[in-house]
Design a protein around this ligand. Structure first.
Ligand SMILES: [Cu+2]
Length: 484
């Protein structure tokens, strides 16, 4: 796959977008968006087929057996328009149950793909139609939310266009980052078993930026759009073009420090939501986070690098604006990585975006049990989870207090929250990194009733218990949604 496949500039993106379509009955589509209504007032609507199946894929220099959507890693780009609908049919050809989670979308809870919370997982041989409205524009992604499946190839980008896009740019590229071990060091389930069998943490995985130990597992490869550094993704453009990069971290256990050699970057969005433009040289992106940046491209071929923070490895791609330009080698030094780094304090909302004042504060303590392999929220594990009870219409402040020895990218389903720095309101996000000994406050407007996962997006921590619930009203009977 070449770079243009992931940008709006190339013809391939349109082909990818429209491969594998299906028709769904209009009865399910009562909330059809304006754009859809214009083109298809009645009759069947088209959607994407996500056929979850085992496949052998090439990562560039290496072939691996893994689980995929439709035989490729990543899965197809899904594009939608804010206010419009997404329609995707999951066909489960895996030898295991699965779901699709639409990360960051303020979604109908029945479509959230949270097994045991809002839906039963889809059994092998069965299908499930995901049909939902997307209220907010921005950069999102989709992935399996069953066990360790997200550390295989079961993920892909979801880009929601703004019908009134205020940002001026000539073209855009999706940069999907991932750490990879499946089919090389066994499976992610094997890696979790090895982790659980040991009480030691790998002390060589350290980063000051993340306050200490940075990860649980040393993934042998780091990918941009499914490509290893040895056979990198190439984003082809032209000198002088203003390009929007949509960067998504789909990794299981790796934060990346991202930079584009020879360029500064102007951060315009985080987790889909706009921020006041902040010009920096590099930014850190945790698992589940997204950043959009724009930059005006120079002439030549430039390294786009994502340093696997604290792991002595990196993902690597090339941005090329001059066809004959010599490609930088994959170990090229990128001084921007050591220059001005984006901080959360740099992120200001682009427009007045004030949630109602929170009526109360809930403290959630992030902890680790002495085993070193159990991560807790208020001392509870996923098997008997912390449930933060809320009522529809209230706004609460959640104070996350990290008393564990590792950083955690905490993610809330079904909502966006607003970062707080003292009395100053920050940006909207749905995933936020919290370092050891750090306390961080977010405000949540409770406007989407359901039982919503609230968890660490380090997949290993998630599976080692770091999963709670934000639930509306009385708790539903346990595992109601698990019954078939
Ligand atoms: Cu964690």
């Amino acid at each position: 796959m070449n770079g243009s496949a992931w940008g709006t500039g190339g013809g391939l993106s349109r082909r990818l977008l429209f491969t594998g379509t299906f028709a769904v009955a209009t009865s399910a589509l009562t909330e059809v968006a304006t754009a859809d209504r214009r083109s298809r007032p009645r009759g069947p609507a088209r959607g994407t087929v996500l056929r979850a199946r085992p496949a052998t894929v090439s990562l560039g220099g290496r072939k691996v057996a893994t689980w995929t959507y439709g035989g490729t890693v990543p899965g197809p780009i899904i594009r939608a328009t804010a206010g419009g609908m997404v329609r995707a049919r999951l066909v489960n050809d895996l030898p295991a149950e699965t779901t699709v989670h639409w990360h960051g979308i303020r979604i109908d809870p029945r479509m959230d793909g949270a097994p045991g919370y809002t839906q039963a997982p889809t059994k092998p041989g069965r299908t499930f139609d995901y049909v939902f409205r997307v209220p907010d524009p921005g950069t999102y992604f989709y992935h399996s939310h069953v066990g360790m499946q997200n550390d295989r190839g079961l993920y892909g980008p979801l880009v929601v266009a703004d019908p009134r896009e205020p940002l001026g740019y000539d073209e855009e590229f999706v940069v999907l980052l991932d750490d990879w071990l499946d089919g090389i060091d066994g499976t992610p389930d094997d890696a979790l078993r090895r982790l659980n069998a040991s009480t030691e943490h790998d002390d060589t995985l350290r980063s000051d930026l993340l306050g200490g130990v940075t990860g649980e597992v040393r993934h042998p490869y780091h990918l941009v759009n499914g490509r290893m550094a040895e056979a990198p993704e190439v984003f082809a453009s032209r000198p002088g073009r203003t390009v929007r990069f949509r960067v998504i971290n789909a990794a299981a256990d790796t934060a990346y420090r991202v930079a584009l050699g020879g360029h500064r970057m102007t951060i315009t969005h985080t987790d889909g939501f706009p921020c006041a433009p902040a010009t920096v040289d590099t930014f850190l992106i945790g698992m589940g986070e997204r950043y959009d940046f724009v930059t005006r491209l120079g002439a030549g071929a430039f390294p786009l690098v994502a340093l696997a923070e604290g792991k002595q490895a990196r993902a690597f791609a090339i941005v090329r604006t001059t066809p004959g330009a010599r490609r930088p080698p994959r170990d090229v030094k990128v001084p921007e990585l050591e220059r001005r780094l984006l901080a959360y304090a740099d992120l200001r909302p682009r427009r007045a975006d004030a949630l109602p004042r929170p009526g109360r504060t809930v403290t959630v303590t992030l902890g680790m049990r002495p085993s070193g392999n159990e991560w807790t929220l208020n001392d509870r594990l996923a098997a008997d989870p912390l449930r933060v009870r809320v009522e529809k219409g209230e706004t609460i402040r959640i104070v996350m207090d990290n008393q564990s020895p590792m950083w955690h990218p905490m993610h809330l389903h079904g909502h966006t929250f607003q970062l707080r720095a003292g009395e100053r309101r920050g940006v909207r996000k749905d995933t936020v990194n919290i370092k050891p000994r750090e306390r961080l406050s977010v405000d949540v407007e409770c406007d989407n009733p359901g039982e919503w996962m609230f968890h660490c997006h380090n997949l290993y921590h998630q599976e080692q218990g770091m999963m709670g619930v934000l639930g509306y009203g009385q708790a539903p009977p346990r595992n109601r949604h698990m019954s078939h």
